[in-house]
Design a binder for this molecule. Structure first.
Ligand SMILES: Cc1cc2nc3c(=O)[nH]c(=O)nc-3n(C[C@H](O)[C@H](O)[C@H](O)COP(=O)(O)OP(=O)(O)OC[C@H]3O[C@@H](n4cnc5c(N)ncnc54)[C@H](O)[C@@H]3O)c2cc1C
Ligand SMILES: NC(=O)c1ccc[n+]([C@@H]2O[C@H](COP(=O)([O-])OP(=O)(O)OC[C@H]3O[C@@H](n4cnc5c(N)ncnc54)[C@H](O)[C@@H]3O)[C@@H](O)[C@H]2O)c1
Length: 460
């Protein structure tokens, strides 16, 4: 849609081809319904936690049918907004068919009709990657798309994949009273690459629901449900579940596009070799954007890439490059996980000369006041220049802290410059200030932060 809108500014000779259900992955089966489920889970969780504030609210309970009814109806509203936008596109531009390449300029549609184009944008999205052994779960095997169509909550779900989807949906289901067990691989915890944070996050989530960050598993279907037998460093076990949720990554929808019929050079993962700063595949007239790129499967990145690809496709032979925005990623678990700028792994892989600053939220004033004092923030800065390079965090309101950090990185600020900004009291952002102060000190650009920062307010 972003590519269409941009290209439409330059030409009326344009087609938007989509054979699947409209409404976008984000609104139908992604960002929005997942956040709706998480909102219900956190409402129930918070209602059970009021006693520590001296507030007695009785015994809350979950009405699974009502939870899923709200998820579906609000999801349908969001999808409706997208459908309204598509309906506003010019008459005749939308072709409701699937397309594949016959040659560099010709697309074959599902009806057999062919169309030719001077320039083409591939923005075909992604789908869940389901490893073949999961097929043993039969009809009990589900992906995110299935979950959001439930009428009621099940008793139990085995969640495979400790990435973004596994953590968000696994924790939400667990908080809603569903018996959940999470099976990850290679000790990954969401997108965290900093080992200290990964350990902290693993301990935090494990304290809430059973999780195996690396396990060998056997899957079989029985009359009672899907049986998972596992073995990991803590021993062996087995348990039966209503469903197996596959949250083991996504694969780009490029395998059925007939790319082999084009002259494009393909990377080993099947995606055309392209320039991420222009979206252009080689020197061709073909552009690629969004999850189809299999690179940064996030909505704001997909939208940026779509707009760039659409503009460049329409402008050919002039295609321009644009610098990417500072990286930003948020996992809506509790506590949240967020990444801004460059990750610990990217910096170490590059051999970058950097220092680390850190702040814990366990004793942070505002976090304690609100009873959300669980978290750790690690910020990275460049040795020579004192520039802020990146951050990884697990903690309260990480979605907001990550934005501040990403904005500072994008404007090229040093850690000292970021510290010149105002910080209110008492706010969670004071935790960010502590981390930046320890980083500035590690870089040799400033003094050690005052102990517990009494100068700026108790518990800051
Ligand atoms: C559970 C979940 C939660 C998520 N949460 C977040 C979040 O909180 N924040 C965030 O930033 N991102 C989130 N994402 C990721 C985000 O949804 C995607 O990155 C984004 O929607 C990708 O947009 P896209 O335009 O590339 O693909 P899509 O929205 O999938 O659009 C691709 C379109 O191409 C069509 N198509 C496919 N093949 C063909 C073909 N051959 N011919 C014609 N049309 C075709 C499809 O029908 C589809 O309509 C989430 C994803 C999931 C699954
Ligand atoms: N909040 C958000 O922004 C948000 C939310 C959901 C999804 N998304 C997007 O969707 C993408 C896909 O999410 P995802 O969670 O499916 O992918 P992911 O890449 O984040 O995580 C997949 C996880 O599955 C593990 N895994 C792979 N095979 C496995 C196996 N056989 N058994 C157990 N574990 C296995 C991997 O080690 C990895 O940790 C994300 O990368 C993200 O960009 C974003």
């Amino acid at each position: 849609m972003g590519a269409y809108r941009e290209a439409r500014k330059y030409t009326n000779r344009i087609a938007l081809i989509d054979g699947g259900p409209l409404g976008t992955t984000c609104a139908r089966v992604g960002c929005m319904p997942s956040k709706l489920l998480i909102a219900a889970a956190n409402a129930y969780h918070d209602a059970q936690e009021t006693d520590r504030f001296g507030v007695r609210s009785g015994a809350p309970s979950v009405d699974g049918k009502a939870v899923m009814a709200r998820v579906r109806s609000e999801r349908d509203r969001f999808v409706g907004f997208v459908m309204d936008a598509v309906e506003g596109f010019d008459e005749g531009h939308l072709i409701r068919e699937f397309a594949s390449f016959v040659d560099d300029h010709t697309l074959k549609l599902s009806s057999g009709r062919t169309i030719t184009a001077r320039a083409i944008v591939i923005a075909t999205g992604s789908r869940p990657n389901v490893p073949p052994p999961f097929q043993a779960a039969g009809e009990r095997l589900i992906v995110n798309d299935d979950l959001f169509d439930w009428d009621d909550l099940p008793q139990s779900v085995a969640v495979f994949g400790a990435g973004v989807i596994g953590l968000e949906l696994g924790q939400a289901l667990s908080r809603l009273g569903v018996r959940v067990r999470l099976f990850g691989r290679d000790h990954f915890v969401g997108p965290i690459s900093d080992p200290k944070l990964r350990d902290y996050a693993a301990d935090t989530f494990e304290a809430e629901f059973p999780a195996h960050w690396h396990a060998d598993t056997e899957i079989s279907n029985t009359d009672e449900g899907v049986l998972i037998q596992w073995k990991d460093e803590n021993g062996a076990g087995e348990e039966t579940f209503d469903f197996l949720l596959a949250a083991t990554g996504r694969r780009a929808n490029i395998d059925k596009l007939g790319l082999e019929n084009t002259s494009l050079e393909l990377a080993p993962n099947g995606v055309p070799v392209f320039d991420p700063l222009s979206g252009r595949a080689g020197e061709s007239h073909i552009f690629i954007a969004g999850d189809a790129v299999a690179d940064l499967p996030l909505l704001h990145e997909a939208a940026d890439e779509g707009r760039l690809a659409g503009e460049n496709a329409a402008r050919l032979p002039h295609a321009y490059r644009r610098a990417r925005r500072a990286a930003l990623g948020v996992v809506f678990s509790e506590p949240q996980i967020a990444i801004a700028g460059q990750t610990f792994k990217q910096l170490t892989d590059q051999g970058a000369a950097f220092e680390i600053g850190e702040a814990s939220f366990e004793d942070q004033g505002r976090a304690r006041v609100m009873g959300v004092n669980k978290g750790l923030l690690r910020v990275y800065g460049e040795k020579e220049t004192g520039r802020l390079l990146g951050a990884e965090m697990v903690g309260p309101q990480a979605e907001h802290l990550a934005h501040l950090i990403a904005w500072a990185i994008q404007s090229g600020q040093t850690v000292s410059e970021v510290l010149q900004n105002p910080f209110y009291h008492p706010v969670v952002e004071e935790g960010l200030r502590t981390a930046l102060r320890t980083l500035n000190n590690a870089l040799g650009f400033g003094p050690n932060p005052p102990l517990r920062c009494i100068d700026c307010g108790p518990g800051a």
